[in-house]
Ligand binder design. Structure first.
Ligand SMILES: NC(=O)C1=CN([C@@H]2O[C@H](COP(=O)(O)OP(=O)(O)OC[C@H]3O[C@@H](n4cnc5c(N)ncnc54)[C@H](OP(=O)(O)O)[C@@H]3O)[C@@H](O)[C@H]2O)C=CC1
Ligand SMILES: O=C1CO[C@H](CO)[C@@H](O)[C@@H]1O
Length: 367
């Protein structure tokens, strides 16, 4: 390995530009060494946006390239398993977007392959890195909230009812809001309160999404527009989750309304994606109070990002790349790993099973 970690980005669409490349650019220990996307026009555009790197339309070339140390997979969901397995076979450390696979079987296989090859693996569960989320975790772990009794999360957005492209095909996306949005919240709930042991879930489709944004007819959506679950954690706490991108008026500069809270025997703490450098704290008998997140929680330890610079609801996302590179340099597990991705996937799969069978499902994770 050279001094600098040479990273290949596979999939040069929206998320690569928004989270991953700015994160790599900030980290002096890493360099963007290659980009890969089947769309050669986009590749040319990215070469001009991001600087001269190797470019390829075939992920196999990146997977086999001895001059690439690590990859970030930012492609549509149905490609994650195939691309990750090829990169692991090629000896690359892998960060992969969520949902890790199209189902638990795929995700667990990715986890076992990376673990057995002694490679670093990371699932891009972005919201774990929000400052207020990191502070809620500290409050839970330090016992400041007492015994955790209850978790609640809600992500509502007011997005167009037109086609979501690949995101509305079951074969390409797996599920709709559940795999796209709620899976993040399943992950951070387990990060805060530990494993979920049992759930009861439901999904619904609100609109056909059979027109493109330009008004042209297209294949109707096969996936959910709303997902929800209630659940019990192994530690005895209970939780409730809900998400949809079709909630009118929930616009808020594109970030919508995301609220997540932990209620304990001694207090409550709530994170909001729209205001991630502040936290809401509830103490017994008092009205909830908004407080700034202490400075030491604004960035992850060592991150070159300036804590008070940039748009707060965007810049925390750059810490994902920092964590991935740190894990490679320090030869330790990246957090969240593929095991966390697979575990959240099992819960999300169980929501679909629960709804289909109209019953509670016990979660049995065999990682
Ligand atoms: N963690 C987070 O907060 C976020 C996560 N995501 C996740 O990131 C992933 C990508 O989403 P997003 O960026 O919005 O999607 P986009 O559709 O904007 O971008 C995906 C890109 O990957 C390309 N691609 C498709 N197949 C391959 C392949 N085999 N090899 C290389 N590139 C390929 C696509 O090309 P083409 O269009 O020509 O097929 C497209 O350019 C999804 O899994 C999504 O769930 C997305 C947003 C935020
Ligand atoms: O959190 C997220 C923000 O929105 C994206 C587009 O729907 C999701 O894919 C992503 O996981």
């Amino acid at each position: 390995m050279t001094d600098s970690i040479r990273i290949g980005i596979i999939g040069a669409g929206a998320v690569s530009d928004y989270h991953h490349v700015p994160g790599i650019d900030l980290d002096p220990r890493a360099e963007l060494a290659a980009i890969c996307d089947p769309n050669s026009e986009l590749l040319a555009q990215r070469q001009s946006d991001w600087g001269k790197t190797k470019a390829s339309t075939k992920y196999e070339e990146i997977a086999e390239d001895p001059e690439i140390d690590a990859v970030i997979i930012a492609t549509p969901n149905f490609t994650h398993h195939e691309i990750a397995m090829a990169c692991i076979r090629g000896g690359k450390h892998v960060m992969c977007e969520k949902p890790l696979g199209l189902n638990y079987t795929e995700s667990a296989e990715m986890y076992r392959a990376a673990r057995d090859a002694n490679l670093r693996h990371m699932t891009a569960f972005t919201y774990r890195f929000a400052p207020s989320m990191r502070y809620v975790k500290h409050l839970v772990e330090s016992g400041a909230l007492g015994t955790p009794r209850h978790f609640r999360s809600q992500r509502f957005l007011d997005w167009p009812e037109s086609s979501w492209g690949w995101r509305q095909s079951k074969k390409l996306a797996g599920a709709g809001d559940l795999f796209d949005m709620t899976i993040h919240r399943i992950d951070f709930a387990q990060d805060l309160l530990g494993p979920i042991k049992s759930i009861c879930g439901a999904v619904a489709q609100f609109v056909p999404r059979d027109k493109t944004a330009e008004g042209q007819p297209c294949e109707p959506s096969e996936v959910d527009d709303w997902s929800s679950l209630i659940g019990q954690f192994e530690n005895g706490a209970v939780g409730v989750w809900e998400g949809s991108t079709l909630m009118k008026g929930y616009h808020n500069d594109g970030f919508g309304y995301e609220w997540a809270e932990v209620n304990g025997s001694e207090g409550s703490a709530a994170y909001q994606l729209t205001d991630p450098n502040n936290i809401l704290i509830g103490k017994p008998g008092q009205t909830m109070e908004k407080l700034p997140v202490p400075d030491e929680f604004l960035v992850i330890e060592g991150s070159p990002r300036k804590p008070h610079e940039g748009v707060p609801s965007t810049v925390f996302r750059y810490d994902l790349a920092y964590e991935f590179v740190s894990a490679i340099v320090e030869e330790r597990d990246a957090i969240p790993g593929f095991d966390h991705g697979a575990s959240a996937q099992l819960v999300a799969d169980s929501v679909l099973e629960s709804f289909e069978k109209r019953t509670w499902i016990d979660i049995q994770c065999d990682l």
